[in-house]
Design a protein around this ligand. Structure first.
Ligand code: G6P
Length: 371
């Protein structure tokens, strides 16, 4: 009923709007009185964490894209090598795993069969296993050595939204925890990042205030057959997740690309009027921003219609954006938390305009318990 959905038409839309709260809840109680990070059920000794040689993240669907973002954060903050792998591929390729490997399984439901089988394989090779999960007492955390629970609350819509954002939060917390134990980042640096994370619920709320203009844009794309998404760095998994949302909900051909790869193939797809959604990185001291802008220039010169997500105050993007969606100014590693939100709104509204059932998309299940 409408009451269960807080007056929204879909659970998904309700869950998108719950994201500031879900992110805030997933951050509560993570700092001890001594200022150190503490995680829920961290049944891993500090010594085991110090001895880690590598981290392998395994997951499916949206959770896999959270894992891709996690790689950027974990490697940057902890200098520990990270691989990210689809759970369904992991155990069939004879992966190199031993007691110095931490396998991180990300699963909203905790019941995805591919992910469960992957952790069973990892354990048989003596790896340590940590679960990032939204469902208390589900199979994956039960079979893991450690758990970080996300506090998104129940997610009903088949397409994951608040599940994804809270997984990102858990991944950042894990990265900072490992950094703290390994000593690759110190107290005040960790504090500073925690303060930035604690500001994210307000930033997400600011993005949600633009929902009406994103909806209008989505409705203008009802006739579209194909949509491309471009991103770089932590924005690359956001592009992949934005495309997944459109496939799942609008049944549209949608693909995400790393912007640097354009010239190696995808640019051949560009034709007149093709919508290209571009996740523009913040203007940092590195060259990411400039490189992204030249990619956008390239596709626009070939007729693409560019819809750009760029931070407040970014003037350089203006000449190349047919439509501009503003994001709050946040560090590049945390930008996925705000950048995915307009893409969720876009997919939800476009699917609604097409007359599809947003909460129960055809052929999909909330949790896939068969391999
Ligand atoms: C299914 C759902 C997706 C979800 C994926 C992984 O395919 O439709 O929305 O991302 O499973 O689910 P999990 O519960 O393991 O995160």
């Amino acid at each position: 009923s409408a009451a269960e959905k807080d007056g929204h038409d879909w659970f998904m839309r309700k869950e998108i709007f719950e994201q500031p709260r879900a992110v805030a809840d997933s951050l509560i109680g993570r700092r001890t009185t001594a200022g150190l990070l503490a995680l829920d059920e961290m049944r891993l000794a500090d010594e085991e964490i110090r001895d880690l040689d590598k981290i392998i993240i395994i997951a499916c669907g949206t959770s896999f894209y959270a894992g891709m973002v996690a790689k950027y954060a974990i490697e940057h903050w902890t200098r520990t090598p990270v691989e990210v792998e689809l759970a369904s591929e992991f155990r069939y390729r004879d992966p190199i795993v031993d007691q110095t490997t931490l396998v991180v399984a990300i699963s909203q439901s905790g019941e995805t069969a591919d992910t469960l089988q992957a952790i069973r394989h990892a354990k048989s090779q003596r790896a340590r296993v940590l679960a990032i999960c939204n469902t208390n007492g589900s199979s994956i955390p039960r079979e893991s050595d450690a758990v970080i629970y996300t506090h998104a609350g129940p997610e009903i819509g088949v397409a994951s939204t608040k599940g994804f954002l809270t997984q990102l939060v858990a991944c950042y917390l894990l990265a900072l925890y490992v950094a703290q134990v390994k000593g690759t980042r110190y107290g005040d640096e960790i504090d500073e990042i925690m303060v930035q994370l604690e500001a994210m619920p307000d930033h997400i709320a600011t993005v949600l205030e633009q929902a009406e203009s994103v909806y209008e844009l989505a409705r203008a794309h009802v006739g579209t057959r194909s949509v491309l998404f471009l991103g770089r760095h932590a924005g690359y998994p956001v592009a992949l997740e934005g495309a997944l949302k459109l496939k799942e909900l609008a049944y549209l051909h949608a693909e995400g690309f790393a912007a640097g790869e354009l010239k190696h193939g995808p640019i051949a797809l560009i034709e007149d009027g093709l919508p290209v959604l571009c996740v523009v990185p913040p203007r940092g001291r590195d060259q990411l921003h400039g490189k992204m802008i030249s990619g956008i220039q390239e596709v626009r010169a070939r007729g693409a219609l560019t819809i750009c997500l760029a931070e407040e105050g970014d003037r350089k993007i203006e000449p190349y954006a047919d439509h501009l969606i503003r994001l709050p100014q946040v560090p590049v590693l945390l930008q996925p938390l705000v950048a995915i939100v307009p893409l969720q709104l876009f997919a939800c509204e476009l699917a609604t305009a097409l007359g599809h059932d947003v909460d129960q998309p055809r052929n999909l299940a909330k949790s896939v318990t068969v391999e």
